[in-house]
Design a binder for this molecule. Sequence first.
Ligand SMILES: Nc1nc2c(ncn2[C@@H]2O[C@H](COP(=O)(O)OP(=O)(O)OP(=O)(O)O)[C@@H](O)[C@H]2O)c(=O)[nH]1
Length: 371
Amino acid sequence: MSFNRVEDESFNTNFDIGSLPKHYEYNPFVSDEDAESEKEDLPRLVLMGLRGSGKTSIQKVVFQKMSPNETLFIGSNNSMLKDVVNNSAFVNFQICDFPGHFDFTDPEYEAESIFQGCESLIFVIDAQDAIASALNRLHSVVTKAYKVNNNIKFEVFIHKVDGLTEDTKMETQREIHQRANDDLIDSGDEQKIYISFHLTSIYDHSIFEAFSRVVQKMIPQYATLENFLNIIISTSGIEKAFLFDVKTKIYVATDSSPVDMQSYELCCDMIDVVIDLSNIYGLGEDPGLMNDPAFDDQSSSLIKLNNGTILYLREVCSFLALVCILREDNFEKQRIIDYNFMILRKGIHRLFELKEKEKESFQFNKLLSLK
Ligand SMILES: Nc1nc2c(ncn2[C@@H]2O[C@H](COP(=O)(O)OP(=O)(O)OP(=O)(O)O)[C@@H](O)[C@H]2O)c(=O)[nH]1
């Protein structure tokens, strides 16, 4: 059986399968006022690495919904690319992608201004390439960055692992970890600088999972969110709960039980299904207008799997959704789960309000200091 694509002019080609179009503005907690000046105050996440290691591809796949195969045609960067990710109070930062040939030791570049406002530095290493020069660059980058700003969180993405066997993956990770630490010991920095390592590829969910962990470290309220989720799973018979940013499929929080990749992938697939169906059936009368978001405060979904497991999704606010995995038997108490969910939702809204107040007082103090 084959399907012919219907050539209909009213068909809106702005949709990417499995994603929200980038210009949706459903964001009740982030106002547009003073947006430009606010952008400069956002925490900065910096992507660095050698030429061709995959930095721009990562940024485009995770935040701009580019399909992995399209990255083959990106071409090399010659200047720094900056993007603002502003989905909710928790997923709210600027991301700077520096070209591979960028040498911050060159006086032309001001290392201070790059690393000063930097919250997290992701160094990408191509695992399919020789790693020696990447490790040298990693060492000079982290030591320089640490001198400028000792609050930076250092993350290494051992990237393009899709081309490696399971054994080689582990071996490469072990080698990179070992050699990076040896370099820190040689320079006497091993007590001060801590680097986290992640195996990643744009061809599977590993890049989203790794980014989730990076973003979680940038959320000061993470412990509170984790605690909320621990309470809801223990009181509602839920096995695993994720708080997802549905735009990027980054999970901003989860309960404290270990994350297994399959559960995460299942939840990501569920979000794709919900968004795709909403894109098709959830829009208003005129699909060209795109006024009604594919994800709004009415969004919820329940999927029963054939192994007696249920996936349950509920909107929390502004592109955040709670996605839970639970046994079908436990879903008999749906009213209790829904009640607990309402309490959780209120708690998260309160956190948002506190965060907004914190931001306002920060801006107020900044204004005062300028006077
Ligand atoms: N196999 C594989 N290839 C990847 C992956 N990520 C990126 N690539 C490929 O790597 C090549 C280089 O990617 P870029 O994103 O341009 O690399 P870059 O680090 O931004 O390069 P510069 O701009 O020169 O610094 C592209 O052909 C991508 O398709 C991955 O996870 N697996």
